[in-house]
Design a protein around this ligand. Structure first.
Ligand SMILES: N[C@@H](CCC(=O)N[C@@H](CS)C(=O)NCC(=O)O)C(=O)O
Length: 117
């Protein structure tokens, strides 16, 4: 019998970083519990699971937290590796994918949601 996985995503519906994680989980067909956070009144669980940044998204896999959306996406790809690869398999392709992911994190969202003035 397959081991039961517990997957919880601490998230905020409009969060662009959480959206990356939701897409990755959907591509892999992973069932998970979505827990909506109030970012003005963060839950004790969020503060415990991400004490460094205190931000969403946080993936909690079998009780263990994974923080930072790009790190979470790579984690998902490695854990559920038999379904829909999210990255190219060759090292150079993987480096290019990471470059663009990093670019979007640093520059891209400001074009989507606007830069603070
Ligand atoms: N580098 C982080 C950024 C996460 C982030 O900025 N999350 C925002 C919501 S989209 C947040 O939790 N904001 C609450 C706060 O800054 O207190 C990632 O990639 O996960």
């Amino acid at each position: 019998m397959a081991k039961q996985e517990e997957v919880i995503l601490l998230d905020f519906w409009a969060g662009m970083y959480g959206m990356k994680v939701r897409i990755a989980l959907a591509e892999k067909g992973v069932s998970y519990e979505h827990r909506e956070e109030d970012l003005r009144n963060k839950s004790q669980l969020l503060l415990e699971m991400n004490p460094v940044h205190k931000k969403i998204p946080v993936l909690i896999h079998n009780g263990k937290p994974i923080c930072e959306s790009s790190i979470i996406v790579e984690y998902i790809d490695e854990v559920w590796k038999d379904k829909s690869p999210l990255f190219p398999s060759d090292t150079y392709g993987k480096a290019r994918a990471r470059f663009w992911s990093d670019f979007i994190d640093k520059k891209g969202w400001s074009h989507v949601v606007g830069s603070p003035s």
